[in-house]
Design a binder for this molecule. Sequence first.
Ligand SMILES: [Zn+2]
Length: 628
Amino acid sequence: MRHVHTRLRIPFLIAPLLAATPTFSAELPWLARVDGCTHEVTSALLEHGIVVSQRLGDVGLLFADATLPPILERLGCTFAVLDADANLHEHYLVRDDAARLEAARPPLRLLDRVDGTAIVALPRGDVARLLELGVEIQKLFRTPMRLPRLRPATWRDADVASSSAFIHALVEGVSADSLQAFVSTLEAFGTRNATKPQSHAAAQWLAAKFRSYGIDDVQIRTWSTTYPGNVVATIPGRVAPKDVYLVGGHYDSVAPEQKLEPGADDNATGTASLLECARLLAPHEFAATLRIVAFSAEEYGLVGSEAYAARAASSGENILGMINLDMLGYLAPHDRLDLDLITNSPSTWLRDAAREVAATYVPDLPVVNGKLLRGTSDHASFWRHGFHAIFLHEDSTQPSPFIHTMDDVTGLSYNNPELHALCTQATVALLSTLAGAVEVPVVLHSFSLHREADAVRLIWKLAPAVRIQLASVGVQRAETEAGPYARLGGALPATRSEFVDLDAPATHVWYRLALRHRDGTESFTSSMGAKAYTTRTALDGVESASHDGSIRIRFRVASGAGRLRLGIYDVRGRLVRRLVDATLAPGDYLQTWDRGDVRGRTVARGIYFVHLRSLDARSTRKLAVQGR
Ligand SMILES: [Zn+2]
């Protein structure tokens, strides 16, 4: 290990005037340690274009060259060159475990130690030697860190105070069985080591799972030829799509020199929680955008999350908060079941929000402020690029001792599915609170009645956000629209979307749905009339619904109507939204338009036209849409 010390002091305010032009970072020959690298000094160095890679407390780790000393002298900082041939090496931060590091063989070099963290150097591409030590590693990247952003102006602590039936229903949707099934599928890859082909297969599987939940925007974003990409699934916001809340966790695994690298707890648990979040949140709408990211190559030094965070920072992605999920399924003997929240000081608001939300929606899960004694994880990449991030972890003092071995399996290392499910519930609650659930969605997307011989078949589609809040659905019939309505049969499960009324009178009758909510209250959908018989296809009525501002379009379809297209057009005849394009069974229909255009944006107030076209009919109705 080599050191160079200088002790000159001059006021640092004039520093910007003397800014030096930085050399291209790959060639910077030095890895230097700067003491007294406070927030102000860091910001001055970054302004100078100095590559401050990482800060450990007030110790800065920089990639630099001979232009550095005069700048530091002006800033009154002392420094040491830890590696004078840094451009030939890769550098990592690892937990300062003397026994393991003593066992470290050249060419791995221990350069320095800072508060329990060791700084080591390795020839480029030789990281496997470090992994053999079985420690968590964090790569020192040659891109400058960023200063923390300000807390999002849009966030008010009060936002977590109120509880919502919708979010309670979402949280109750978390399934321990589903989580365990995901973990065992990920384990079954045998390995998800980022340098092995199975990891690519795991990425493909994850992308397919995200798509299967109805998420359109799913990408595998690669940044290197060495490792598979990050799997990125996006649920676009309806109100503030540029505001992003991100939940992530790494899907790769490692167990050096062992046949199998199952990584059940580390980190099939976190990855499984990402899938469960996607399964539950994808059907719903949120004000802000939700991004779910499975990171690659975390075990090789947070490489995947660094690639993501660096790109997000340089492309201006407005990530307001990042939630990292890593190791959520192990409980040490005699330890209390709880969730550890790890944060840095700029992200404290996010940690406090997580604590409050967990108390509201997951009261069975005690939450503690954790402090990592060893290792790190993908949240650190977001801290490095100035984003606010928190880390949800099984336990910072007694995490699974089986990680990075072939014993990281279900039953041994992943030994507490209840903890896993509760942590996932807390994550679902936090994400939907942060992103702002779009409350009062359109209740009934569509409702249709079909006369079949002496029966009437009812088919309906409820908004997912409503359906999950329901205990049951009932069907009611009346002779006139105003009622009185009589219940037909018993309560149906909320997932049902069809019912056949075998005693339907041949005359014109009316139907509606009775929605029994989990809180015991009951509400009714708008009613639909089943005419005695339908002779011709036509639009029957267009009206706006007072309670949710949606537009209800009633039409009837006669047999032989063929392909039917129902659309909304603006005054210039341009298609704003296609609502139906199908061959429908004869019957009476109600279709709801939520005033969204093809891109899901709410249309401006004004005059629009509802146009129906089929083989046997063409009809149009004018419609006035009120204020946006
Ligand atoms: Zn991990």
